[in-house]
Design a protein around this ligand. Structure first.
Ligand code: ARG
Length: 586
């Protein structure tokens, strides 16, 4: 009986089903099918099964081969080595399966079996401060994870845990109280992000200078912190002005990054202020935290300083102040209890790993995190300069994120202009932004997050190699073929024999759904980038070996157009999950 491929089934799954059917005694044992260089797939599961059934693996393998329904999927199977199966699938199975997936707007990518609720903490810059490359990584990796998880059916709640609280606001607010016009705008509607940031920067520097040189101002600033924490309305209103001014800046940068951030999702440190005292009380009452030299601390057997002394997590300082840890613990309570999180995902710099390890452990001891809730830090490494040292300007200052983005867009525009044949200036500018921002995002996403990576714009906008531009060109080239195809329309022809490059391309496209599922489960967007790069490379080979519009027969033209089209749709969907545009023309 010819099996009818379901939308979500892949060639690999159909093959696995056929193998299971051939050997009923295997029950639900995994045939361990893998893509292979020798044939299309290799099945290694028979070894373990033979052990379990106390049989000879080669004999068992031969039995499977004898019983396999040659059906529509299989072309060739042979036993090799101690009892592996090398399997070649039929060309028909490849095209037929892809055709079923092409009919689906999700390209056959299945939803997760048991979707949950992920609260993701990402894109968390600090109020009244510049955004730097570290904020870029959190935003880019976080936004990709949001798209990927939502695509698999997960409910995702975004939380931008911005740094909008702390003692430094005493100094800023006090300065503004004493210089009330420093944040005034001539025309509110026209304030640009850059202007907002330069206002904040000026104010920050001026207040800092006063704070360091004037003891009385320092004292007034400290009183201001108390007023802020106790909710004094005038102080709060002043604080709000800093937050609002900063948001103008943040939004301008996120906009440049082609990234949507929504106001209700910005719940900064201040949002947990009312919970801090209770969080500390609960920790102290349950004995999870203890007083040590006046501070409220949580101790861990395995966390010690260089001197061998335990390093505690300090939830309340001896002067009564609450810090970063108390806020994160309160946020966990809120996210689990009120937002119903089954997963807490933090896209934060690896240098904060010890903090999160201690915070998660404390929350477990306190019972705020139980076995049903997964807490994970998706930790990312440092962005390095070309010289391999942490990214700094020549003067040794941190590089402003906006300057980097502007430069990336500028270089990309030059690349687009050079290649452009029929693009207007306006189109060059638009494509330049899509290519430049895409390049920055892709460079970040294509190395595993935990690793440091070198920020090298020349490499990022290169047309050759593992770059987004290479992928975008592959996509645009396909669109140009599809535009030129005239009356010929993409159509699958499972009856046709495939060239090797067509088979390789088809089998790779077949793995898209599985790749997305793996990437979502392991929080590893770089594997999606790698998948897409390979897709574009296989397409390039196909394109050079298999004429499309000049193929031998009309059916072959249609079938190749079909392969072009599903490649393009897979590239487009995959890049969208990474937050990268695929322009129709380049
Ligand atoms: N604002 C912090 C920074 O710039 C990152 C916040 C991370 N999130 C958190 N829940 N602690 O380093």
């Amino acid at each position: 009986m010819a099996s009818v491929p379901s939308l979500a089934s892949t060639v690999q799954q159909r093959l696995a089903d056929a193998l299971s059917a051939a050997l009923p005694e295997a029950g639900s044992a995994d045939p361990l099918l893998r893509r292979s260089d020798r044939a299309d797939f290799q099945a290694n599961g028979i070894l373990a099964l033979a052990k379990q059934l106390k049989g000879n693996p080669r004999e068992l393998a031969a039995k499977v081969v004898g019983a396999l329904d040659s059906g529509a999927v299989l072309k060739d199977v042979e036993v090799s080595g101690p009892g592996f199966l090398n399997i070649t699938v039929s060309d028909q199975a490849i095209v037929e399966t892809l055709a079923a997936r092409a009919a689906d707007s999700r390209l056959g990518v299945p939803y997760a079996d048991e979707p949950g609720t992920t609260v993701i903490d990402y894109a968390q810059p600090n109020v009244a401060k510049e955004m730097h490359v570290g904020h870029l990584r959190s935003a880019v990796i976080g936004a990709a994870m949001v798209e990927i998880l939502e695509f698999t059916g997960e409910k995702v709640v975004r939380r931008h845990h911005i740094g909008d609280w702390g003692t430094q606001f005493g100094m800023l607010i006090q300065y503004l109280v004493e210089h009330p016009h420093e944040l005034d705008h001539k025309d509110d509607s026209a304030v640009s992000g850059e202007e907002a940031m330069s206002n904040l920067d000026r104010l920050y520097k001026a207040s800092r200078a006063l704070f360091d040189s004037d003891e009385e101002f320092k004292a007034r600033s400290r009183d201001r912190v108390v007023a802020l924490q106790s909710g004094d309305p005038e102080t709060r209103a002043m604080w709000q002005r800093f937050v609002d001014e900063s948001k103008i800046y943040f939004y301008s940068v996120f906009d440049k990054l082609d990234m949507q951030i929504d106001d209700p999702d910005i719940v900064g440190e201040s949002g947990y202020n009312d919970m801090l005292a209770e969080t500390c009380r609960l920790l102290e009452e349950s004995g999870v935290a203890v007083r040590s030299e006046g501070a409220l601390c949580v101790f861990f057997d395995d966390v010690k300083g260089p001197d061998g002394q335990p390093v505690p997590l300090i939830v309340q300082k001896s002067n009564g102040g609450f810090g970063y840890a108390a806020t994160d613990l309160s946020a966990i309570r809120d996210r689990v209890r009120n937002l119903g999180a089954s997963t807490l995902l933090y896209v934060v710099d690896a240098r904060q790993s010890l903090h999160f390890k201690m915070v998660f452990e404390t929350a477990r001891r306190a019972g705020w995190l139980n076995g049903d809730v997964k807490a994970v830090q998706l930790a990312f490494g440092t962005v390095l300069g070309k010289d391999g040292k942490p990214f700094k300007t020549r003067e040794g200052e941190t590089v402003r994120l906006v300057d980097l983005l502007d430069e990336a867009v500028e270089r990309a525009s030059a690349v687009v202009r050079e290649k452009a044949q029929d693009l207007t200036e306006e189109e060059i500018a638009e494509r330049g932004a899509q290519v430049g921002i895409g390049a920055v995002k892709y460079a970040d996403l294509s190395t595993s997050a935990a690793r440091d990576y070198k920020f090298d714009l020349d490499q990022m906008v290169s047309l050759n190699g593992d770059t987004s531009v290479y992928l975008q060109y592959a996509y645009a080239r396909i669109q140009s073929i599809l535009r030129k195809s005239g009356d010929a329309k993409p159509a699958a022809h499972p009856e046709l024999a495939l060239a090797p490059a067509e088979r390789a391309l088809g089998l790779h496209i077949d793995q898209f759904g599985e790749t997305v599922a793996e990437v979502a489960a392991a929080f590893e967007p770089h594997k999606l980038a790698a998948y897409l790069y390979q897709l574009a490379s296989l397409y390039t080979t196909f394109y050079s070996e298999c004429p499309v519009l000049k193929a031998d027969t009309p059916a072959q033209v249609e079938n190749r157009l079909f392969l072009c089209d599903i490649t393009a749709r897979t590239l487009h969907q995959g890049m969208a999950l990474l937050g990268i545009r695929t322009p129709e023309r380049l």
